[in-house]
Structure formats: C-alpha cells, structure tokens
Design a protein around this ligand. Sequence first.
Ligand code: GSH
Length: 219
Amino acid sequence: MILYDTPRSGNVWKVRLLAGFLGLPLRRRTLSIDRGDLRDPAFLQKVPFAQVPALDLEDGRVLPESAAILHFLARDTAWWPAHPFAQAQVLSWMSFEQERHMPPLAQLRLRLALHRDTDPGEPRILSLAAQARHALTLLEGQLAAAGSTGWLATADHPSIADLALYPYTRFAPMGGIALGAYPATTAWLDRIRQRLGYQPLFPGRPEMDLATSETACPA
Ligand SMILES: N[C@@H](CCC(=O)N[C@@H](CS)C(=O)NCC(=O)O)C(=O)O
C-alpha cells in the first residue's frame, strides 16, 4: 500500500502513527504542496479531493481522508473497539477533531509557525486561538475524566480517536497555545509518545516533531 503524504502533514501523521503501532509497512510517496503536486492531473485522477493523506491500495482503489483510512486500517485490531457504543464514541471524537479541533489548530500552526505571514494580534488569529483553546478545554475535560490509564473514547486500549486527536494537539505550541494549562492532555500526549512503535513526524528524529522546516531543529 502507498500512502500519499507531504513532509509535515498532521493529517498524514495520524495514519503513520497507526501504521507504526500496528507494525504495518506503508510506502510513502511524499508530495509537495508548494510545487503543485496535489493539482497534478495524474494525482487528481487518483485523488479528486486533492489532499493528503490518501491510501493507494494498488488494486485500483484509493482511499482519501484520514478518518476513513484510520478506520480501514484499524478494523479488526485493538485500535477499533468491539462494542457499538464505544465505536460511536470514537466516531464522535473524530468528528469533533475534524470540525472543531483541527481547523483552528492547523491554521494557527500554518500562519504563525510555517508561513509566518500573519501578526499574532490580528482579529482572525485571536478568533482562531479562542476556538483552539475551547477545543483543547473540551479535550482536557474528557481526558481528565478518563484518568491516568484511560483513553479518549475507550478504557483499556487507545483507539483511533486518540491518534486522530494527537498531531494537532501536539502542534498547539507552534500556534502560540502553550499546553501547560492542560495537564491531562500533556500526560496523554506523553503516554502516546512512549508507546512501542511511535513514529515521529520526521522518521528517526523525535526532536523534530515541532520543527518548522525539514532540516532545522525547533528552537
Ligand atoms: N479532512 C482531511 C483534511 C486533509 C488535509 O487538510 N490535508 C492537507 C495537508 S495536512 C492538504 O492536503 N492540504 C493541501 C490543500 O488542501 O491544498 C483529512 O482529515 O484527511
């Protein structure tokens, strides 16, 4: 299977995390947004959504969207719970991530850390920061209630909801949101990072998870 990705994509990172924890070999095909690779007709024919991640099953089928790929790879594993209500809770947190968590956190990281093209005091940025803090407060409440051994939507084993919420929570400081105010969330990030099979954003370079370029370490 081929995973279409870009070097710093948090949405792709979710899939790479799951593949690492499952010991699943995925071949990466790394594309460049800046070079226009996602608008290339050959890519668009495979992935009309024009985004990464997309999983190419190499039999003519290509699956876009991180949530769908996580579900496809996790079915029949401990990362997808057996009980229908637990499954629904996993989906609930994954919908939350797509609608209320990832959008503001991804925009803050993009504007303030990667492109550095916006003033942190701009009204639009302040609004995104308020939305991001609200999402993190909801996440913190759930993780505090789950306790130091529980997970976001499950009790005994983490689920794909934990992996869906991991990257953009981890990136929050890049967008000016310090995680010190969210202790249960910080402990949860650490527990995921310490699991066997954890894949850093840049292979073999865990110190680079919050890097703003592929070559420089974070300050
Ligand atoms: N809902 C999608 C969002 C994917 C997404 O936003 N991908 C970004 C990279 S992290 C992308 O491809 N951006 C390029 C673009 O939209 O032009 C998912 O969860 O997979």
